[in-house]
Design a protein around this ligand. Structure first.
Ligand code: HEC
Ligand code: HEC
Length: 354
């Protein structure tokens, strides 16, 4: 209170007449982070410190994203087109179904000729906000990522020259590419670019975003308790920023040995980031996944080994934080995670043909 008064005095008197003590007080006011604005009347109690810290470590999604709409429409068609796979059976959407929160809800994905893949399919929703792509971060961004599955023998099993030749046989594709990419036409780069532009629109604002913007009532009491716990037990040390994750590599089993607890043999995929860098220090490190939409993306973890959200929360508490969360805490944190389920924009779905 006194500090605020002296700040006002500064304005009234001018800096020249201020004593050193008053100057010190003024600096104190200026250096503190600005108070958040709330719409509720001032009689409402201030939110507890955990929630203020949570609001500082997570960021709300934009309500709308701007992209080139022609490229988006082209990318949307490509994302849903089985012509990208060598036997015309799979599209990107086969493993990243928007009706299944951008995943396939399998332990691990099925590629062409029903080959069982090595790892769980992450959601494409909000993937634009991940600092790198794939569990082990081997693609820098969405454009680089999109080139991978098409030519992966265990996924779409195609070759890029073949994809380009196939698309070039379609007059509609040729004219759509000519409109959006007049100089380049149909190439691996332009296909990947259009798909990436489409993926950039797959952003899902949720009640948690309204809460982060200052609307305390966007979460119910249980979700709010879960939000406090999420912050106070330390989930935000790894799941932070705009994607509530997606901003660092961390060890699966930072505190306790996850793989020993799991009790099944180690796979190549379990090595995580090690497979990219071949540095021992990176073994079992993974890109921290986004928790946006996480209630809908099970089974969970890179190995798809966990079949309930509650078990995923319990496991995280144990292996990442060394904490045995009790049933009520687990339930509240899971309720908070469910409030991260947002709305997929209507433009994401392929419009019906005919
Ligand atoms: C056969 C199933 C399958 C198909 C088809 C497929 N994906 Fe994936 N996708 C996966 C799996 C599995 C991963 C995780 C692989 C890994 O991290 O090693 C993945 C990862 C991704 C990621 C990274 C997300 C993240 O959080 O790291 C994006 C983005 C993505 N796919 C987009 C696409 C696009 C675009 C296409 C079409 C060109 C496509 N996928 C086709 C199964 C598939
Ligand atoms: C030390 C960093 C770290 C901390 C702390 C942490 N996580 Fe995680 N979290 C990760 C990593 C890394 C993964 C991916 C692990 C894997 O798939 O093997 C993950 C995965 C998850 C998943 C599964 C997501 C998916 O798409 O499969 C959930 C849910 C989750 N964390 C919730 C939490 C909760 C709740 C807390 C706090 C109790 C927490 N995490 C604390 C790093 C962390």
């Amino acid at each position: 209170m006194r500090l605020r008064t002296s700040a006002r005095l500064l304005g009234a008197l001018g800096a020249a007449t201020l004593s050193a003590v008053a100057l010190e007080a003024c600096r104190d006011v200026r250096e503190r982070p600005p108070a958040r604005e709330y719409t509720e009347p001032s009689t409402r109690p201030a939110p507890p410190p955990e929630l203020r810290r949570l609001r500082a470590s997570l960021q709300a999604l934009p309500e709308q994203v701007e992209v080139d709409s022609r490229k988006m429409v082209l990318g949307r068609r490509l994302f849903h087109d089985t012509a990208l796979s060598n036997d015309n059976t799979l599209s990107c959407a086969s493993c990243h179904d928007l009706d299944r929160a951008g995943t396939d809800r399998r332990v691990s994905s099925l590629g062409v000729r029903s080959q069982v893949g090595p790892i769980n399919s992450p959601t494409v929703l909000n993937s634009r906000y991940n600092f790198v792509q794939f569990w082990d971060g081997r693609a820098r961004d969405l454009r680089e990522q999109a080139a991978g599955p098409v030519a992966n023998p265990a996924e779409m099993g195609n070759t890029w020259p073949n994809v380009v030749a196939t698309l070039t046989r379609s007059p509609e594709y040729v004219s759509a590419f000519r409109e959006s990419y007049p100089a380049a036409g149909v190439t691996m780069e332009t296909v990947c670019d259009a798909i990436a532009v489409y993926e950039e629109t797959l952003v899902t604002p949720s009640p948690v975003d309204r809460f982060l913007r200052g609307d305390d009532l966007a979460l119910n009491d249980e979700q709010r308790e879960g939000a406090r716990l999420f912050e106070s037990v330390g989930c935000t040390t790894c799941h932070s920023g705009i994607n509530i994750g997606g901003s660092s590599f961390q060890k699966m089993g930072a505190v306790r040995d996850y793989f020993a607890l799991r009790g099944t043999p180690l796979t190549v995929a379990d090595a995580g980031r090690f497979n990219v860098t071949h540095r021992e220090a990176d073994r079992h490190f993974f890109k921290v996944p986004t928790l946006r939409q996480v209630a809908e993306t099970g089974p969970w973890f890179h190995d798809g080994h966990t079949t309930t959200l509650e078990d995923a929360v319990r496991t995280m508490g144990a292996v990442q934080l060394g904490r045995d969360l009790d049933a009520t805490q687990v339930q509240r944190i899971a309720a908070f995670l469910r409030a991260m389920t947002g709305t997929i924009p209507a433009s994401a779905a392929l419009p019906p043909t005919a």
